[in-house]
Each structure stands twice: as C-alpha cells, then as structure tokens.
Write a protein that binds this ligand. Structure first.
Ligand code: 2NL
Length: 366
C-alpha cells in the first residue's frame, strides 16, 4: 500500500507538472488506461479475500478518484491557457479601418434628394409625401387649373380608365403640388414643407422622360411676402451649390397656382472655358440659367387648401431634382438616369455612407 501512495503522489505530481494536453493524455493512459497502474490494481481486487478487499478497496478507489479529478482540473487549466494564447495571437485591432465590401451605390437622384431634405430641414421644413396615383381635383382643380386647362389634356397627362370612389378622374400626378394641398387640408397653417418625389408626364425625348423627380416647397404663415421667398431660395441655392457667390435673378412669370409668379435664374461664369455656377450672369462670358419656378400662393389655392387667404399667405416653389443633380454633378444625359445600367451607377453613384452635402464641385456643361 505504500507503493500505491507513492504511485499516486508521483502521478499527481506529473499531472501538476504537465504543460501540454498531449503530456496530460500520456499520464492519463499510464494511470487509468487499460495497462495503467490504477487499472491493474483494480483488476487485482477480484483475487482478494473479502477482508482484504474491505481494507484496500477504499484506498484503490480513492486513488482512481484523486487521479481522475486532478486530470480534469489540469485539463481545464491547460485548455483555457490554449484559448488565452489564441485570443492574444488572433486579437482583432478595432482601430484598423474595416475592409471595404462594395454593395451597390446611391443613385445621384437619391443623393440629391437627401441633400435637399437636409438643407431644408435646417430651415425648419418637414418632408411631406403623398400618393403617386392622384385624382384630378388634388392634381389640377385645387391648383387653380380648371377643366379647360391645357395641361389636363391626354397628351400631357397619364389617365387611368376608371374613376375613383368619388367619381373623380384618376391619373399619375403631374407634379408634387397635390401633396401640399393634402398637407394644407390635413395640417392647416402655419406650414413649412417640402414635397419631393416622382411625377409623370406624357413626354419622351432627349431631355424629357415620362417619369422624373420634382421637389416643391410651401410656406404658409401670417404676413409672408416675396422677401421671404427670395431669402429662402437664395439660402437654399448657396447651400446646395456650396458657394457663397450665387447670384439670383428673379423674372416675372406665370403659373396658375401662384400670383405673382417668379422664375429664378442663377448666374454662371466661365472658368477655364467651362460654365460654372456662381457670380453675376452679366459678367463677360457669363449667363443666366433658370433653376426654379416660384411665387406667392394664389388666393384661390389657399382657399382650396381650406384656409382663409385674408388670414394666411404663403410662397411656393418647384424644380426638377434630376436637373439639379445634372447641374451639380456634371451629368449630361438624363436618359441614363433611368436605364439602370450598373456601370453608369458604379461610375456616378455615391457611397452609402457619404454625407448628404458633400461637395462634388459644380460643373455646368456648355
Ligand atoms: C416648376 C415650377 C412651381 C409651385 C410649383 C405650388 C404648390 C402649391 C401652391 C402653389 Cl400647393 N404653388 N407649387 C409654385 C410655383 C412653381 O414649380 O418649374 N416646377 C418644375
């Protein structure tokens, strides 16, 4: 039995000294394996007399227990050391830039819409939206375009064959103005909104697509006048083109839904033979480019919006998002916008994480 004590002490010592899982496994085999010393002692128990078995049994089983427990504890310690070593060796350095994984790009129209929403949000405008399938009351009548108005003709507007539940003609909206009529009726005044979105006209050539993108803005409040309109558009255009030297030229015009109506041009100048937005268009080599239509909201339209025009006044404006995108980013083919060509998008698209108002430089193609 002294031999057993000694073997057990040796084995436990070897377990404590084992530095690898392989070494530990060898110790396990030498003690508990088929030929191991603990197994050999257990086998001898069958030949012992009952008295001897009672005397030695607990010691032998105790040895097996002690070795098994020590092996398990040492194995757990070695395994966690192996894991610690791996974690240290394979540590991820979170200060390194993440590898780029290209997954498509943001269309220039979406990019410009984001920029517009951002710029107008800074001026207190909310983004409003509405249906692309409209009725002729919201699209035309409420905008002071009566039954006889030429824009209502089939050759301009896409109509649906059926009427809606209220007996009105259904059509694809030709501008985003009906969104603003709906906002006036729903939210009342004061109101400061922009309405960006798709609009549809029966028109298709090199510079017109049957679907295009428009953004309109509407401010309704007390005592609103043309000065508010001019400041807002000037502030917007400076932010959008990211230049402080944007010069506006306001020209009298006509829209059924505004009175008076104002067309807004921006000046461009020649820089290295290229037309670039900024500066007075009257400078040598320069010129004026129309970018916006606008005006004071017609009294009749304010009434159609459910408000009293003696109490509430407003201004409104509208422009093409596609055209703004072409101007700002120097794109020259409108039709390429809607071809869905991945090569075009790969070239002109923006990264998903680009900030909305990044400067691409302003290029106006001659
Ligand atoms: C253009 C000109 C314009 C408006 C849109 C508008 C909307 C309401 C009331 C009054 Cl609800 N006006 N919108 C006003 C003036 C011009 O758009 O050239 N668009 C592409």
């Amino acid at each position: 039995m002294e031999q057993l004590d000694q073997q057990q002490a040796e084995t436990l010592g070897a377990i404590a000294d084992a530095t690898t899982l392989d070494a530990l496994e060898a110790i396990r085999v030498s003690a508990l394996g088929k030929q191991g010393w603990v197994s050999a002692l257990l086998k001898t128990m069958g030949q012992l007399s009952p008295e001897e078995r009672q005397a030695k049994g607990p010691q032998i089983h105790g040895a097996r227990e002690a070795v098994t427990t020590a092996l398990a504890a040492r194995k757990a310690a070695l395994e966690s050391a192996v894991l610690d070593a791996r974690l240290a060796a394979e540590a991820v350095d979170l200060s390194l830039p993440a590898p780029e994984s290209p997954r498509g790009s943001v269309h220039p129209v979406s990019q410009v819409m984001d920029e517009l929403a951002e710029i107008f949000a800074d001026m207190g405008f909310a983004v409003a939206s509405g249906p692309e399938i409209e009725d002729d009351w919201h699209n035309f009548t409420a905008l002071n375009m009566p039954e006889t108005h030429p824009a209502r003709a089939m050759h301009d507007t896409f109509y649906f064959p059926d009427k809606d539940g209220e007996g009105r003609d259904m059509l694809l909206r030709t501008h985003t103005s009906p969104v603003q009529i709906r906002a006036m009726l729903k939210d009342g005044a004061p109101l400061r909104i922009i309405a960006p979105g798709r609009v549809y006209r029966s028109d298709s050539d090199a510079t017109h697509t049957p679907m295009f993108h428009q953004i309109e803005g509407l401010v309704i409040d007390k005592g609103i006048h043309l000065g508010h309109l001019k400041w807002t558009l000037e502030t917007f255009l400076k932010a959008f083109f990211e230049r402080d030297d944007i010069v506006l030229r306001l020209r009298p015009s006509y829209f059924p839904f505004t009175e008076p109506s104002v067309e807004v041009d921006v000046g461009y100048t020649l820089v290295g033979g290229k037309r670039v937005v900024g500066g007075s268009g009257d400078a040598p080599g320069g010129g004026w480019m129309e970018v916006l239509g606008s005006g004071m909201v017609n009294r009749k339209v304010i009434e159609f919006g459910g408000l009293d025009p003696d109490e509430w006044q407003g201004f409104a404006f509208g422009t093409g998002v596609d055209r703004l995108a072409m101007l700002k980013y120097g794109l020259d083919d409108l039709r390429a916008f809607f071809d869905g060509d991945a090569r075009w998008l790969g070239h002109y698209g923006f990264g998903a994480l680009d900030v909305p108002t990044l400067s691409g430089g302003v290029g106006v193609k001659p």
